[in-house]
Structure formats: structure tokens, C-alpha cells
Design a protein. Structure first.
Length: 268
């Protein structure tokens, strides 16, 4: 892997994100900082649901003080569907990063085990090499992301401790540190009601779909971040490749910040 430091543009970009995370760490999520240019050409979504449901969790810290209202609100609405239809299974997040989604999932599913899969050291060199070979993602992206993640946390244990500290129900979280799906060994017999895949790159996303979809309970969901993001060209190819094995998937694209994709497994 190229060890050259990121360009000035990317250093400023991820430096702003690092400041965001330091503020979040200092004030335990009560302060949210959205750096200038963080959304690129996109505007912050300000439209809210006009007619809310009576049983909504309404996590205002997530919806009102962060940019990605559509994504986080979708988590909540999916959680309501899973509860209303009695969908069985655990919850999973592959690609944890700083835990910005982790704490929301932990609060939305307080009675379910939440499996957290991540290297907790940034992108793996094997996946980076594949991205470079296929020209899927800008080299500066994963170099910058790794650089600033390692500036924020000295060890994987530090990062996991930070994420754990953000959880309302930390006893429900199971951390799986390392390369996925090797870290899922022993969980092949598990059933999942929901899985969030935010691993950015082709090979991890493909592995995530192939692992979780066969283990998804009828009525369950997989949500893939950045499916329609112009910087992550490999994710659509990963979904197409997965369908060669799994057959056509029921897919719904979302107009959230990253252009997420929701996959739903029909109930019986």
C-alpha cells in the first residue's frame, strides 16, 4: 500500500471530519459538526415527515443535528416494520467506523444482539489492492480515511472502546474485530433481521451480501450505504455479482446522502 500522505484537499476534508469526531468524543454526541463541503454537491435535507407515527422513536440527536435525515429515519421505520411483523433475528453492522450509526441501531433494537464487524484499523490492504486494480475508488479516499482514523485512535481497542461508550445498551453489542467474513466464523447458523453494510469497497460489500442475505429472516432487511455514490463505483458491481449467486434481489434505492440501497427479503 502507498504510504504517501494524502493530498492537501483530502487532508483538509478528513481533517474536518476528524475534528467532528473529536468534538463528538468530547461532548458525547451532543455537538454535531458538519464540515463545509462535507455533502459535496448535495444540500442538507431539511424536509421532515409531515405525519409521524405514534410509536416513532424520534431520535432528534440523529435526525436534527446530522445531515443524513433520510438514512437515519429509514433505520427507524425499518425497525418499526420488523417489530410490527415479528421478524426474528439479530442485528448486524459491517463497517462501524466511529459508531455514528451503531448507537442508533443499538437504541432502535434494545432487546436484540448487535454484531459489529470491522477491522477497526481502516481499510484492509487486500481490498484496497482490488479497488486500485479495477479503478473503483480514488486511491486518496482510502489512504486519507486510514490516515485520519489512525490519527484518532492508536489501537483497535481504543476505537472499540469509543464506540462502546456511545451505546445505551453496550451489553447487547458483540464486537468482531478483523477481516470480514473471517470474523463471522461461528455465526453461520445465526438468523438476522437487519444488517447495515457500510464497508465502501467492492469485496467487503460482496462478502457482506453473500453472508447476510441467506441468513436473513423472512421480512428482514439489508441496507447498503453508498450504492449510488459516485465515488464508490464498485458497490453496484458487488450487488450485481451477488445476484448471480442469490438470484434477483428486491431492491429499493434511497435519496439519502450516500444513495443507499435497501434489500428486502419477502416474508412467508
Amino acid at each position: 500500500m502507498n504510504e504517501e500522505k494524502p493530498s492537501l484537499r483530502h487532508r483538509l476534508f478528513y481533517g474536518s471530519l476528524a475534528l467532528h469526531q473529536l468534538l463528538a468524543k468530547r461532548f458525547k454526541g451532543s455537538v454535531r459538526f458538519i464540515p463545509d463541503g462535507y455533502l459535496g454537491d448535495h444540500k442538507v435535507v431539511t424536509q421532515r415527515m409531515a405525519y409521524d407515527t405514534a410509536d416513532a422513536h424520534n431520535l432528534s440527536a440523529a435526525y436534527d443535528n446530522q445531515a443524513d435525515y433520510v438514512r437515519y429515519r429509514t433505520f427507524e421505520l425499518v425497525a418499526q416494520e420488523i417489530a410490527a411483523h415479528g421478524v426474528a433475528g439479530d442485528i448486524a453492522e459491517a463497517g462501524v467506523d466511529y459508531g455514528d450509526c451503531t448507537w442508533i441501531l443499538n437504541e432502535l433494537f434494545p432487546d436484540r444482539t448487535l454484531y459489529l464487524y470491522d477491522t477497526f484499523r481502516g481499510f484492509d490492504a487486500r481490498d484496497v489492492a482490488y479497488e486500485s486494480e479495477h479503478e473503483y475508488t480514488s486511491e486518496h479516499f482510502y489512504e486519507s480515511a486510514n490516515y485520519f482514523l489512525r490519527e484518532s485512535f492508536q489501537t483497535a481497542e481504543d476505537q472499540m472502546a469509543y464506540v462502546r461508550g456511545r451505546l445505551k445498551y453496550p451489553e447487547k453489542a458483540v464486537f468482531r474485530q478483523g477481516y470480514f467474513p473471517e470474523t463471522a466464523v461461528g455465526e453461520e447458523g445465526n438468523t438476522f433481521a437487519f444488517a447495515s453494510l457500510d464497508m465502501d469497497l467492492y469485496q467487503p460489500i460482496l462478502n457482506g451480501i453473500l453472508f447476510f442475505y441467506p441468513r436473513l429472516a423472512p421480512g428482514g432487511y439489508i441496507m447498503i450505504h453508498d450504492y449510488n455514490h459516485r465515488e464508490f463505483k464498485g458497490i453496484k458491481d458487488a450487488v450485481k455479482e451477488a445476484e448471480k449467486t442469490l438470484g434477483p434481489l428486491a431492491k429499493l434505492p434511497l435519496p439519502d446522502q450516500g444513495g443507499s440501497l435497501v434489500i428486502h427479503k419477502a416474508g412467508t
